[in-house]
Design a protein around this ligand. Structure first.
Ligand code: ACO
Length: 429
């Protein structure tokens, strides 16, 4: 029996604060005319200090589950595509899973720059097609405002914050995710990079002073790369999915730059009415841009049953990816009744309480275990002395003057032997 991964729910969230090009022109040397003519962007949404990638992702995922009419307890896997996680550890996906109360779900993050959502969708559909998962929540979420350099006009005008999510469910009817193409060229990694904060350049006061924790981008190189790969990746995915280019009903590209989208559409010979673009409202939201665009396209009535959608992304890595989705709506969305929404909101509150109780129990458990195990701790018997142990010659360590060997010297340590660490004898060596 063949299994297919169908999109049965979708949701998005964009923070309330909107920053226009003219707002940016007040803080950096730029203009609305420059940003609009070079990128197509007019405004972007920026997270407030209480928001983070987890809160954005959770809002989008809740809406998607609600639309899918699926209980969080039925979710098998949560995948979050992001390169702006709340923490390096734990994963954003685990925190989202906890917020959702998806207690039977596994969770992990995917980082493929702006192509992250396509990569995550590909993982999710593969899990479903292999029979390893039935319901997967796939989220693309970013708070790019936390990693852009607000003093660098070449990058800060491009990005915005937001999240989009879909719910994939296994079904026997052919359709859903038909094909995926993924690609990477790490040789171009330095064209779009956050140099500091990883194992190569750990955070130090110097890396902070040098602004190494912000996005650095070679715009023209990324531009050339994007125009080269976008159309090609889409074409490959279409061929793999046994769909003809003329059968594409809606092309939903990563929303980075209107000129890049135009060039990909030209390569694919697509009419403008088959190309979706909303970057003017959100800027480049990286992993979130494709699912946000999908949600808005659906809301505008541009996605219909049996449509062939082509989603294409490119980004840091450098990476690219494309997927073909045969849209089918097993569950047409209707606005939920007030009592259902109230119940759902109670569920999420309850999930939070359960998570807190679980945490408290773990703390108690570890304290109890510590107390109970203490008397049982292994205490080694003292070794019996060897009867005729040969005398071992030991070499006394040379006198070390206080403060030598780069060790800090303080009044106590330099005066008494008790504060010195004993040097090993030859026997111990
Ligand atoms: N306002 C005014 N002038 C500016 C600004 C600005 N915000 N930014 C740059 N300029 C100036 C530059 O200093 C330069 O001036 P100069 O000629 O005196 O040196 C001039 O504008 C032209 O700069 P370019 O970088 O050549 O401009 P370009 O036409 O290439 O557009 C842009 C720049 C918009 C960044 C473009 O290269 C681009 O869109 N690249 C792709 C970026 C992208 O999509 N990145 C996301 C990847 S996805 C991910 O994984 C995050």
């Amino acid at each position: 029996m063949d299994l297919y991964a169908h999109i049965v729910g979708w949701g998005m969230y964009a923070p309330e604060t909107v920053v226009t090009n003219n707002d940016l022109a007040k803080i950096i040397n730029t203009s609305d005319a420059w940003i609009r003519s070079r990128t197509g962007i007019r405004e972007r949404h920026i997270a407030n200090e209480k928001e983070s990638t987890v809160t954005l992702a959770t809002r989008a995922a809740k809406e998607a589950l609600d639309r899918a009419r699926i209980r969080p307890a039925a979710v098998d896997l949560v995948i979050v595509a992001t390169f702006t996680p709340d923490y390096v550890l734990p994963s954003t996906a685990s925190l989202v899973q906890n917020e959702l109360g998806a207690r039977h779900a596994g969770a992990f993050d995917v980082n493929a720059g702006c192509t992250g959502f396509i990569y995550a969708l590909s993982m999710a559909s593969a899990m479903i097609e292999a029979g390893h998962a039935e319901v997967v929540v796939v989220v693309g979420a970013e708070t790019l405002s936390r990693v852009v350099d607000w003093q660098d006009r070449a990058t800060c005008v491009l990005f915005g914050d937001g999240a989009g999510a879909v719910v994939l469910q296994a079904g026997e009817d052919p359709g859903g995710v038909l094909s995926t193409v993924l690609g990477s060229d790490g040789a171009g990694g330095n064209h779009l990079i956050i140099p500091g904060g990883g194992s190569r350049l750990p955070a130090t006061p110097q890396t902070v002073a040098d602004r190494q924790h912000f996005i650095k981008m070679n715009g023209p190189e990324v531009f050339k790369f994007a125009t080269r790969v976008m159309g090609r990746a889409a074409k490959e995915a279409v061929e793999k999915g046994n769909v003809r280019l003329e059968d594409i009903d809606l092309f939903i590209p990563h929303q980075a730059n209107a000129r890049i989208i135009k060039s990909a559409a030209k390569y694919l010979k697509l009419n403008p009415d088959k190309v979706y673009q909303n970057l003017q409202k959100y800027g480049n939201t990286s992993s979130a841009s494709i699912p946000i665009a999908l949600c808005e396209a659906i809301a505008e009535g541009r996605v219909k049953d049996n449509d062939n959608l082509v989603l294409v992304g490119f980004g840091a890595g450098l990476t690219w990816g494309a997927t073909v989705v045969k849209w089918g709506l097993p569950v047409p969305y209707q606005q939920r009744q007030w009592w259902y929404r109230a119940l759902r909101s109670m569920h999420y509150r309850w999930a939070k309480i359960v998570a807190k109780i679980g945490w408290l129990l773990r703390v108690l458990e570890s304290r109890m275990a510590h107390r109970l195990l203490r008397p049982l701790e292994y205490e080694p018997e003292p070794e019996p002395e060897a009867p005729d142990a040969p005398a071992v010659e030991t070499i006394a360590p040379p006198e070390v003057p206080p403060g030598a060997n780069g060790r800090a010297s303080n009044g106590h340590a330099s005066n008494g032997d008790a504060a010195k660490l004993p040097e090993p004898t030859i026997e111990q060596k």
